[in-house]
Write a new protein. Structure first.
Length: 94
């Protein structure tokens, strides 16, 4: 039987995981959320597998400039590529 404490601990873990997964490109994830675009649908639009796109967006595989351009076009955002793919560490460096 799950106790309230166990549920709270579990929810905190999920929240921390989601926060970490959006750290690399927060503006990109925000734009995707605003436009209701899932990673799976974005992957389809830019001709990548969902797994490959996930690896690239989480920094576990390199992402090319051409892929960044395709992602920007697929999302249809007015943000520049620099803004869209800015990371939290970019903001800290300024």
């Amino acid at each position: 039987m799950l106790t309230i404490l166990k549920i709270r601990v579990y929810l905190k873990k999920i929240t921390k995981f989601r926060e970490r997964s959006n750290e690399l490109y927060p503006n990109l994830f925000a734009e995707m959320a605003r436009k209701k675009i899932t990673q799976a649908s974005l992957a389809n639009r830019v001709h990548l597998t969902p797994t490959t796109l996930s690896l690239k967006l989480n920094g576990k595989a390199p992402i090319t400039l051409a892929e960044c351009v395709e992602i920007k076009k697929a999302i249809g955002t007015e943000l520049s590529i620099d803004q869209l793919f800015a990371s939290d560490s970019d903001a800290e460096d300024r």
